[in-house]
Design a protein around this ligand. Structure first.
Ligand code: NDP
Ligand code: HSE
Length: 426
């Protein structure tokens, strides 16, 4: 029977899930593939710390380079995260003739062009299924299942932590910080959770999906990125009154030969399938020209779901399947976010006095923004109240100008909030 020897760097959340699956499913994988996957070495900075699974002393090492250079290892699995030394480990593994599997979307989005090139030049394979969508095999879908399609659009909930936070804030009225702490305790959040809540993790994943979709170089620095920190429980409740849910969406679509690449909180009609995706679950809507709309759903983070994706890559490489994507050399313009068109939700903090709405709608009118509905809640003789407006389609540039002017009106107290709205108008 063919034997393939694995070395894993990083015995944390994903490392633990991967190791459990490799050990527990060894017989199943042997039966299904005729390949025996042998866990040869595991490197971590701390090999004394108790983990969910106990490994023998001979398997554990603190020296990742020793593992990378070990001639008895065929596939190196990088699960430490971050840019350095992860990149150095991967490049060194290629130079030592090893195939690599990684879950490190930050590294691929920011340095992937170099890494893919190096893998090609060395004639080795690089698996990265776990880098997007946790346990959902979305990379394989994009690379294989939908290979016959020109991609038209992708809308994804691709960060488990923020989706978990929104769900807890909506369903259990838990506050933001407590919900984030729970996501960290469950192993969903990045080591630096700013990456999750500021939308950067979703932008990393969108970068990878867009390159697979359109064959463009990884273009992380062209993704417009907005996180969820400005969204309040009040916005979630208002969105509900209009029949919408708020989700952190990663969006890419191709329109008139230009690509949109953006991550931001988005209101979507609450009868859409994707708005029912809650907790740590992710969903990725992919529209191809032949297949039409498709949707992929599953756990987007966590030890075992992500381990499942890592092991799928290991098996693919062990079987000799191609894992590198197509050539990322297509050239397209990326549309600046200021040029997009969308519908918008606005929450103004306005004085509760006559004529306020007409002042705001006057600014809207002068910026070609047309109002679809208005809600004003509460009464306050002295203070300010939220005034919420939904618009028809408008240009982002006009919206930015209008908000700037409205925020300077004497009847407006505090900075206004706006959220882009996707989906059909009711
Ligand atoms: P963890 O922080 O839980 O695990 C990383 C482990 O690697 C830690 O034990 C860390 O030690 C160790 N480590 C860090 N640097 C080194 C080094 N130089 N040499 C040896 N060991 C090192 O992270 P996760 O398992 O959550 O994430 C790993 C990767 O998977 C990241 O790229 C992440 O973005 C990605 N990912 C994570 C998912 C999840 O649900 N958690 C899902 C999908 C992808 P120490 O803690 O002491 O620094
Ligand atoms: N922090 C990431 C998330 C892990 O919450 O989605 C999975 O990539």
């Amino acid at each position: 029977m063919k034997q393939v020897r694995i070395g894993i760097i990083g015995f944390g959340t994903v490392g633990t899930g991967t190791i459990k699956i490799l050990l527990n499913q060894r017989e199943l994988i042997k039966k299904r593939t005729g390949i025996d996957l042998i866990l040869k070495k595991v490197a971590d900075k701390d090999i004394e710390k108790p983990r969910e699974i106990t490994l023998s002393k001979e398997i554990l090492t603190t020296d990742a380079m020793e593992l990378i250079k070990n001639p008895e290892i065929d596939i190196v699995v990088e699960l430490i995260g971050g840019i350095h030394p992860a990149k150095d480990f991967i490049i060194e593994a290629f130079r030592n003739g090893k195939h690599v599997v990684t879950a490190n979307k930050a590294l691929l989005a920011e340095e992937g062009n170099d890494i893919f090139l190096e893998a090609r030049q060395k004639g080795v394979k690089l698996g990265f299924e776990a880098s997007v969508g946790g346990g959902i095999p979305i990379i394989k879908v994009m690379r294989e299942g939908l290979v016959a399609n020109k991609m038209l659009a992708i809308y994804g909930i691709i960060n488990g932590t923020t989706n978990y936070i929104f769900t807890k804030m909506t369903d259990e009225k838990i506050d933001f910080q407590d919900a984030l702490r729970q996501a960290q305790d469950l192993g969903y959040a990045e080591a630096d959770p700013t990456l999750d809540i500021e939308g950067i993790d979703s932008a990393h994943k969108l970068t990878i999906l867009a390159s697979l979709a359109y064959g463009i170089p990884l273009s992380f620095n062209k993704v417009y990125c907005e996180g969820i920190t400005k969204i309040t429980a009040q916005d979630i409740a208002f969105a509900g009154e209009f029949g919408y849910k708020i989700k952190l969406l990663a969006i890419t679509k191709i329109l008139d030969g230009e690509i949109e690449l953006r991550v931001h909180p988005t209101m979507i009609p609450d009868n859409y399938l994707i708005s029912k995706v809650d907790g740590v679950f992710n969903a990725i809507y992919v529209e191809g020209d032949s297949v039409g709309p498709t949707l992929y759903y599953g756990r987007g983070a966590g030890s075992m779901p992500t381990g499942s994706a890592v092991v799928a890559d290991i098996v693919d490489i062990a079987k000799g399947s191609e894992t590198l994507p197509f050539d990322f050399s297509e050239k397209y313009n990326i549309k600046p976010v200021q040029e997009i068109e969308s519908r918008y939700y606005f929450r103004f903090t306005a004085l509760d006095s006559p004529g306020v709405l007409s002042k705001i709608s006057g600014v809207f009118g002068r910026h070609n923004i047309s109002i679809a509905s208005v809600i004003q809640k509460g009464r306050s003789k002295a203070g300010a109240v939220p005034l919420v407006i939904l618009t028809h389609k408008a240009r982002e540039n006009d919206v930015l100008d209008a908000v700037d002017k409205i925020d300077k009106l004497p009847v407006v107290a505090g900075k206004s909030v706006f959220i882009r709205v996707e989906g059909e108008e009711y």
